[in-house]
Design a protein around this ligand. Structure first.
Ligand code: LLP
Length: 441
C-alpha cells in the first residue's frame, strides 16, 4: 500500500518514487545523498491555492513567503516568478534575495533584534517594508534613515495576546513574548505615535504572528479581529488608518496521515470572514489582508533522499536501527521538536511493509534518530529511502555538526532536475578555519 502522503504522480512506470517527474533513484545516483529535492510544481500550486481564495473573495491581499523556512537563490526566484512577496529575517537572507534578483520592493524585513548593519543594508537596498518590533529598533531605524537621507514604509508588530498551538489556541496567551509591542500596556500605541511623528517613516499596517504548525483557524480568526480592533482604535484615537493587516504565518501541514490540518483555502477563508465582520462592526475601511506562509509553501514539496548503511538488530524485541547517511545535521526537527515524518522505500513505495524500524542518523549522538516505528520493507545497504515533507526548516536549520558537509539541494520540475545548492565538501567545512600555528602576533 502506498503512503497516504504520496499521490499517483509520485510513481513512475518502473514503480519507483518520482519527484517533479524525475526518478528518485536517478536523483540519488546523479547528485548523491543525502539530498534535498523539491517538487517545484507543488510549491507553485500551493501559492496558487492561497491566491485563489483571496481573489474569489475580492479582497486586497499580500502573500509574503516567510523565507526562514527555506532560503536560497532558487526559491526566491520561484517566489518572484509567482509574483508574491517575501519576508527575510537577517542580512544573510536579505543578501540571498538580492543575489536572486528578487524585487526589493517586495521584501519585508522582520526580526526582534535587527542590527544597525542589517537596517543599513535594508534601507540601502530600499526594501519594501520593515516590520518594526521594538523601541530600540525605531530609534536605530530613524538614525539610519537620517544618515541615508531617505524614507521607508514600516509595519508595526504587536503581540495580540493570542497564542496558537497545533490543535488549540489561547486567547490570553503570548503576552510574554520577545516579539512585538505589547498591546495591553499601551506600547503599541506609543510606537504608533512615535512613528507618526517621524518624518522618515510611513506606517503601512499592523502585524501579528500567533504560532507555527497550527491546525485550526480559530486562533487566526481571533487575531484578525483583534488586529481590526487595534486599527479601529488607532483611527479613533490618532486619526490614522492602516492600509494593511498582517496575520502572520503558521498554517499547518500534514507530516503524517494521523494529522489533519485545515486546508490553506479554509484558513484564508476564515480570516477574510472574521476580518470583514469586524471591519463592518468597527466602521473602518477594509484594509488589505497580508499573510506570511513559510512551511505551507515549501514543506510538502520537499523530500530528503538518504542511502541506507548499517543496521543494528537488538535481541529482546527492540525495534531495529537502520542507519542512513544523514541525520540531525540535515534535519534537526525530530531531535529538537520530536517532529514526526514518514519515510518510503524509493525503489518501490508500494512494497508491503515487513517491519517497523528506527531510522537513525550518522551523527555521534544517541538522540540522532530521524524516525521511530517506521514501517518499511526489508532494506539493504545501498537502498534509497525518501523522507517526505522535509521542505520547511530542514536545509534552513541544517548544521555542520560533527563537521559533516551539508547536502545538496535540487529542484525538480516537469521531468527536469537542477542543482540549486551545491553539496558541501569536507574542504568547505573547514574553509573558515585559520592555522593557529601560522598566525603571527
Ligand atoms: N511570520 C513570522 C513572523 C514568523 O515568525 C514565522 C515563523 C512565519 C511567518 C512562518 O511560519 P510558518 O508558516 O512557516 O509556520 N523552526 C520551527 C518553526 C519556527 C517558526 C518561526 N516563525 C520548526 O521547524 O517547526
Amino acid at each position: 500500500m502506498m503512503n497516504e502522503q504520496l499521490t499517483a504522480d509520485n510513481l513512475n512506470d518502473a514503480g519507483h518514487l518520482q519527484i517533479g517527474g524525475v526518478d528518485a533513484l536517478t536523483l540519488a545516483h546523479q547528485f548523491d545523498t543525502p539530498l534535498y529535492v523539491y517538487d517545484i510544481n507543488k510549491v507553485r500550486d500551493q501559492i496558487q491555492r492561497f491566491k485563489h481564495v483571496f481573489e474569489q473573495r475580492h479582497v486586497h491581499y499580500g502573500i509574503s513567503y516567510a523565507s526562514k523556512a527555506f532560503s536560497s537563490i532558487g526559491i526566491y526566484q520561484v517566489m518572484a516568478q509567482e509574483g508574491i512577496h517575501t519576508d527575510v529575517v537577517s542580512g544573510g537572507e536579505l543578501q540571498t534575495a538580492i543575489n536572486a534578483g528578487f524585487p526589493m520592493a517586495k521584501v519585508a524585513f522582520h526580526g526582534n533584534n535587527k542590527s544597525r548593519e542589517e537596517l543599513e543594508m535594508a534601507v540601502k537596498h530600499d526594501v519594501g517594508l520593515i516590520i518594526v518590533d521594538n523601541f530600540h529598533e525605531i530609534d536605530l531605524l530613524n538614525k539610519v534613515l537620517q544618515e541615508q537621507q531617505t524614507h521607508c514604509k514600516v509595519v508595526i508588530r504587536i503581540t495580540p495576546g493570542i497564542a496558537a498551538h497545533t490543535n488549540s489556541y489561547i486567547a490570553t496567551g503570548q503576552v510574554d513574548s520577545k516579539f512585538g509591542f505589547d498591546l495591553q500596556s499601551g506600547q503599541a500605541d506609543r510606537a504608533l505615535q512615535i512613528i507618526l511623528q517621524s518624518e522618515r517613516m510611513e506606517v503601512f499596517g499592523v502585524h501579528a504572528h500567533i504560532g507555527s504548525q497550527v491546525f485550526d483557524g480559530r486562533g487566526f480568526n481571533a487575531a484578525a479581529r483583534k488586529l481590526v480592533d487595534v486599527a479601529a482604535h488607532w483611527k479613533a484615537q490618532y486619526g490614522y488608518e492602516v492600509s494593511s493587516i498582517n496575520v502572520g504565518g503558521g498554517f499547518g501541514i500534514q507530516y503524517s496521515s494521523l494529522q489533519s490540518p485545515m486546508a490553506p483555502e479554509d484558513f484564508v477563508d476564515g480570516i477574510i470572514t472574521a476580518m470583514e465582520e469586524e471591519v463592518q462592526k468597527t466602521g473602518i475601511n477594509m484594509p488589505a489582508i497580508w499573510i506570511e506562509p513559510g512551511r505551507s509553501l515549501v514543506g510538502p514539496a520537499g523530500y530528503t533522499l538518504y542511502t541506507v548503511g548499517s543496521r543494528k538488530d537488538i535481541p529482546g524485541g527492540y525495534e531495529p536501527f537502520i542507519s542512513v547517511d544523514g541525520g540531525m545535521g540535515d534535519n534537526i526537527r525530530p531531535a529538537l521538536y520530536q517532529a514526526e515524518y514518514e519515510t518510503v522505500y524509493a525503489r518501490d513505495p508500494q512494497a508491503p511493509a515487513t517491519e517497523r524500524v528506527r531510522i537513525a542518523g550518522k551523527y555521534c549522538e544517541s538522540g540522532d534518530v530521524l524516525a521511530m516505528h517506521q514501517p518499511l520493507p526489508k532494506t539493504h545497504p545501498g537502498d534509497i529511502l525518501a523522507m517526505l515533507d522535509t521542505g520547511a526548516y530542514g536545509y534552513a536549520m541544517a548544521s555542520n555538526y560533527n563537521r559533516n558537509p551539508r547536502p545538496a539541494v535540487v529542484f525538480a520540475e516537469n521531468g527536469e532536475a537542477r542543482l540549486v545548492i551545491r553539496r558541501e565538501t569536507p574542504a568547505d567545512v573547514s574553509r573558515l578555519d585559520l592555522n593557529y600555528l601560522a598566525v603571527k602576533m
